[in-house]
Design a protein around this ligand. Sequence first.
Ligand SMILES: Nc1ncnc2c1ncn2[C@@H]1O[C@H](COP(=O)(O)OP(=O)(O)OP(=O)(O)O)[C@@H](O)[C@H]1O
Length: 292
Amino acid sequence: MLQVQSLTHYYKKDKAVLRDINLNLSQGIVGLLGKNGAGKSSLMNILATLQKPTQGEVLWKGESIIRKPQHLRQELGYLPQYFGVYDELTTIEFLSYISDLKQLDTKTSRSRIDTLLESLNLTHVAHFPLSSYSGGMRQRVGIAQALLNNPALLIVDEPTVGLDPEERNQFKNMLAELAADRLILLSTHIVSDIESIADSIAIMNHGQLNWFDSADALKRAAQHQVWELQVSTNRYAELKSTQTVAHAERNELGYLLKIVSGDQPDENARAVVPTLEDAYLAVNRAAQETLA
Ligand SMILES: Nc1ncnc2c1ncn2[C@@H]1O[C@H](COP(=O)(O)OP(=O)(O)OP(=O)(O)O)[C@@H](O)[C@H]1O
């Protein structure tokens, strides 16, 4: 559905924020992981046709979205990282306003708004001003506006910021349901946001794409790179400065560490089965080593 070809982007002449990105995406959820500043929002803004890239091509169903953005826009839903709402409007008023911007006819708009309010559990508060909403409710309104045109491509940029754990889970479940018949691209720096729902995982570092495959393949690739080790407090202080410590748990002997490393970090370290978070750290560590 979506092909990204040799995409490179510069905001300033000497600093590429996206470097030669290539991706072929089809239906399902793609989790885009990367630290702050990795280039996730820049990539998403380009895919949402809000920014033209410096070089490269993006094809939606075979047609260039750079030359013909309108072609994708009709089928696009976008929830940006910073989603502002008009506080004094009610949800119904806000969604009607966005429907007008999306040029939906009145009948389609009314029916879509009713369906979305129902499925996002917002019907009972639809006539309240948005200023009275919690973070999770606002995020559901954000998703509702992105889904008004029943988009075939849904882009959500760091959607779980500000949500409590329960709201996070609800949001994940909702995305999993929505992915049945569309492509969803979700960016985050929190691995648990996409764990269990992403069909594939893309990892970015310094504007480069370092990984694109399933979560299982990612975990397999990290085998023999994750180690558990019991150390004294002094040894922990040493290891902290030389190793990627994924987890440190204090106990009566000092610390039980989980270390991500291509080599056995200590003769007493034993290899353990990587979690998705460990595997993500392993990709980042390898990317840092390549850059160094
Ligand atoms: N409009 C802009 N003008 C200049 N530089 C920018 C602009 N937008 C982003 N950048 C820079 O591009 C780099 C990538 O930023 P981007 O927002 O795409 O990353 P990100 O992975 O989404 O991170 P975050 O989660 O912090 O938003 C950063 O160094 C950022 O400072």
